[in-house]
Design a binder for this molecule. Sequence first.
Ligand code: NAD
Length: 376
Amino acid sequence: MTHRITMIPGDGIGPEVTAATRVVAEATGVPIEWEVVEAGEKVMAKEGTPLPAYVLESIRKNKIAIKGPITTPIGSGFRSVNVAIRQELDLFAAVRPARAIAGEGTRYPDVDLVVVREGTEGLYSGVEHWVDRDHSAGETVNIITRKASERICRFAFDYAVSNNRRKVTAVHKANIMKVTGGLFQEVFRQVAKGYPDIPSEERLVDNMCMQLVKKPEEYDVIVTTNLFGDILSDLCAGLAGGLGVAPGAVFGKDVALFEPVHGSAPKYAGQDKADPVAEILCLEMLLRHLGYKEAAERVFRAVWETIYEKKVVTYDLALPGYTLWPTKPSKCSEVGREIARKIKEVDLDAPLKRREWTNASIATTENLVTDKVLEE
Ligand code: NAD
């Protein structure tokens, strides 16, 4: 059966990373027919709206979509298309895995965690206004409901169960925001009681930021409200190698939309320079969602091996002091083709190889790291 899937290339680097992803999708042999629809800046000029009705109709009809990033003007201009899509389709759960791939581009080679973020309410509800005529004071309303808190906490525990994860950590600020944070905390505790086999714990968001940069390997599934989830998922993306390798997905009751954590990175648009790995790992998540376990595993391993070999990788995987750069960074399209080429040849049973960095090797520009092959 051919799967009809909505594709939104998006703005900035979006068309380049989604094009590279299509090359990889084709190499998997999974029968997919893309329904390409445009949203964002380009469409705004043509249609007077950045989110034409036919985009939402396409996603509603196909139930699965993959998108590139979409630019949101800062301060004024149109509202975020991403937020609008999530609200229109009630895509309440944003899942953002942060996993260090092959130990590259990160100071934390053991990071493997998932941020589950509530995506429809909180401080991103879009309820804000000026308090006075002079615009000298403003107010943004933080809406937290029992219903949305309950479904996101359940989603996080269900995700932990079905993905063999070891614990769920709720992140909030219930000590200061006693009403909204307190409600989220209370609901999390109630939901946790229904999952006695999954250990649960709580952290205040400020402490969590410190804990994550100190010892990220101690965390697994993190569940939190909209704004904290947005910030923590970028933080975790940074721990695992940066925005260029951070995939994500948002789930509703019937619809799933796969999108990288990164934005449209306008300064790199049209240069064939951006890392397509985040978008390609979104494809991996999409294939798993469709039930193509082997194809998904092949995509994951082809990405892993490409990054481990480091012959064809984009600029962002270099760390300060990194002296193992092969010749020069590869292009976005070259990385896509290399991953596609590897799809068929990857060995699904081979141990995943990983490079281990030491703090000393990162800190000095002259040191070469030792190559240590670890078994996963
Ligand atoms: P950004 O993620 O676009 O870029 C920040 C920096 O991260 C870039 O300058 C670049 O150095 C790096 N980067 C990001 N993606 C990369 C990739 N694939 N390969 C290599 N390097 C990469 O964040 P921003 O500059 O804050 O936002 C730019 C625009 O994107 C804004 O309009 C913002 O609203 C929008 N945005 C959209 C989404 C989305 O569509 N889901 C998400 C975040 C931001």
